[in-house]
Design a protein around this ligand. Structure first.
Ligand code: FAD
Length: 364
């Protein structure tokens, strides 16, 4: 852990207390795929969304990473939702007009209004510039048609930031703020992931959705800029989810290899077990050093590197922990093997690791 300021120490204590008070009692429900709206609201009431919203709290990526890590070590799904909502609030606060900010940001900061960013489509996948949803301006209003898939909070978000193709001649995109109760917007939370339960994963359908210019986020035909705008929040957030997963796995694995005895010898006396744990420990330490440095220095190239490193290493640690726990860890109520499925989701989203390499090369 790098040096924490007095405020950051207080924040870390308060997020730990928050986890004990609000998250732990709700863990089983999240694991059973219930969307934790009540916990997200409490996160808002307690000021934890403010940390990355300009004008509300200190703009501090390190504090943000500490919150995400702490949430993820209790519930990777809750941390995933936290990052999703904070990224939407960050995009609105950076790209929104004064009217849009006054309409949305305060409600998002205190968790009354939940929002998500919906870019992915069945045919576009990891490539944002392949989005097919169309937005046509008829001189008075925009008419939007298309669909989004694999969307976090599809089930429960009150607002969606969507990206649509807005020029029939050239590949140009515009971002819009849509409301779940806008005419023509419908959704289905039908998707079930192998991991990350309770994130309200699903699809959004847009059928002749008519909106005014006041719903355009940022400049017309410059919608693709949302990706670099949210890159810091996405990458530090995703890396910190993976770090939280490593924290809990490493702590559990160490306890297990010390306590489990075979013929009177603890597992930790076997050299192969020592070697496996050494690698888990090193992965966790190296990931935290990268993430904290990226966050403290607001260094985007380090943030990209941290995202790729931490998300890949968390998968490695989840597989190794599963080995060290043996059948005990595979048993569902112990749940060690389920971290593999949670860890597998993180490289796929918050800028897919394989797409992120291009952004990384532009930043070095
Ligand atoms: C749990 C979860 C939650 C999600 N939540 C959201 C959300 O809230 N909002 C949202 O918009 N999306 C969300 N996504 C979608 C996520 O961003 C996409 O899964 C991701 O962009 C990859 O798209 P795809 O899965 O269709 O993979 P595909 O596009 O089919 O790609 C498959 C693989 O091919 C490679 N690949 C594809 N294209 C390229 C390329 N251009 N360059 C290099 N390699 C490439 C990559 O290895 C990629 O993983 C979520 C996904 C998951 C798993």
């Amino acid at each position: 852990m790098m040096c924490l300021s007095e405020e950051q120490q207080i924040l870390r204590t308060s997020i730990k207390d928050f986890v004990k008070r609000y998250v732990v009692p709700g863990l089983n429900e999240i694991k059973n795929d219930r969307f934790p709206r009540d916990i997200l609201r409490e996160l808002g009431k307690n000021g934890f969304f403010n940390v990355m919203i300009p004008g509300f709290g200190v703009q501090d990526s390190y504090s943000y990473s500490l919150i995400v890590e702490e949430l993820a070590s209790a519930s990777p799904s809750l941390a995933w939702l936290y990052v999703t909502h904070v990224a939407a609030a960050y995009a609105l606060s950076r790209m929104g007009s004064e009217d849009q900010k006054s309409q949305y940001i305060e409600k998002m900061a205190d968790g009354r209004l939940l929002a998500t960013i919906a870019i992915t489509e069945p045919a576009s996948g990891a490539t944002a510039s392949a989005v097919q949803t169309k937005a046509e301006f008829d001189g008075k209003a925009w008419v939007i048609n298309g669909s989004k898939t694999f969307i976090t909070m599809a089930s429960d978000a009150d607002a969606f930031i969507i990206m649509a193709r807005s020029d029939s001649e050239k590949p140009a995109f515009t971002d819009f703020i849509l409301r779940s109760d806008d005419r023509g917007v419908s959704r289905s939370a039908s998707l079930k992931g192998s991991g990350m339960p309770g994130i309200g994963w699903g699809e959004i359908f847009l059928e002749n959705v008519e909106t005014g210019q006041d719903r355009v986020l940022g400049n017309r035909n410059e919608g693709i800029k949302i990706i670099p705008t949210i890159a810091k929040v996405f990458t530090i957030g995703a890396a910190s989810i993976s770090l939280g997963i490593m924290d809990v796995l490493n702590a559990n694995a160490l306890e297990h290899i010390r306590e489990r005895k075979i013929n009177g010898s603890s597992l930790s006396s076997f050299q192969v077990v020592q070697d496996r744990y050494l690698h888990m420990y090193t992965n966790g330490q190296a990931a935290s050093a990268l993430i904290y440095r990226a966050a403290i220095n607001d260094d985007i190239k380090l943030a990209y590197a941290a995202k790729v490193f931490a998300t890949e290493k968390a998968i490695e640690n989840a597989v190794t922990a599963s080995r060290l726990f043996g059948a005990n860890g595979y048993e569902r109520s112990v749940g060690i093997a389920s971290y593999i499925d949670d860890a597998l989701a993180v490289p796929l989203h918050f800028i897919n690791n394989d797409v992120l390499t291009g952004l990384f090369m532009n930043s070095v």
